[in-house]
Design a protein around this ligand. Sequence first.
Ligand code: PMP
Length: 418
Amino acid sequence: MEVTESTYGKTRIFDVEKIRNDFPILSREVNGKPLVYLDNAATTQKPYSVIETISHYYKFNNANIHRGLHFLSEVATEEYEKARLKVKEFINALSASEIIFVRGTTEGINLVAESLSRKNHFEEGDEVIISHMEHHSNIIPWQLLRDEKGIVLKVIPINDKGELILEEFEKLITPKTKFVSVVHVSNTLGTVNPVKEIVDIAHKYDIPVLLDGAQATAHLKIDVQDLGCDFYAFSGHKMFGPTGIGVLYGKAELLEEMPPYQGGGEMIREVSFEKTTYNDIPHKFEAGTPNIVGGIGLGAAIDYLRSFNFTEIHRYEQELLKYGTKLLSDIEGLKIIGKAENKNAVISFVIDGVHPYDIGTIIDTDGIAIRTGHHCTQPLIERFGLTATARASFAMYNKKEEIDKLAESLIRTIKMFK
Ligand code: PMP
């Protein structure tokens, strides 16, 4: 089935109260107070449509896919492959064969590192460039390769505002540079990186680029053809979909040349003890029974996101960011970390004399959920001379009133410590 714009019907008017009604969890109480959920960079909440799609699948359509000829197996296969088409349309890939279902961003990046290594893409002394604001999931897979293959890891520096220093990037490139892997949107700072420019620069030297889109897909319209990237990895749970499912997009010509990541059922064409031939992409990279309901649930999340105009989502979230930045900046002793010009709705902060863990624990008693710690970006946090921050991260269902509550609760916290 080809997924077209009309599959999604009319674009919905952006109305935050109506959007909130789509998310059952948002009407619950925590510690006797209405939940204020500001931990969306960690994971987003799920709308009814996603929850019901999952429940419907298990109630009516559950079967293993791609191998049975019976009715249910065919229905389940069709639903799963339909979800792949939805992903393809969502990120504007050229073909559904470029969409590999994985566990999440982490697995997507590990798949690329591992498969390229197996293909002997890297020799000892070859270089991989990442940035100073990477999530650990875009650092450790390359460090594993460093230990295994002797590659060299190079890091694009950032300025005090938390922006990549693009001029330094090109200077890091040498004839030994074999791969570039950078985050599209920083989970800790909210910085939106100039990834198109990064791709253009790397491609001048024929270096492939992976973008970590974990924090981008729920907030920005993604067009992988326009970005020009070779790989794009993201997670379903950060875009209103289920956990345990994500996507690795890869250009077909690259995926075709890459050896499998894992071996098992589904990824083969024929097996004998002497020789095995592999299935076509994307199945070559999907060994074993996949997360069928996860893929279908992600398809429902994409339907949900596509029922809105992305420009509206972005405009609204920018409004929240501006409002929150002003309100929090006015609190005495509070310092915002990450002041990039191009930023998504994430506010990391520290408060004089109050440890981020105490902030998180105290405001939790007011029903407010934020994240505290290094956010799996330890080198980045250290770059700012810190060990932790508190982080409020917003989604399209958050309201200014919730930011008011956050500010009030922070002021109460500061008073307790005085
Ligand atoms: N990259 C970034 C920027 C992230 O924010 C995260 C999740 N916090 C990841 C990668 C890893 O995503 P997952 O845990 O879903 O694989």
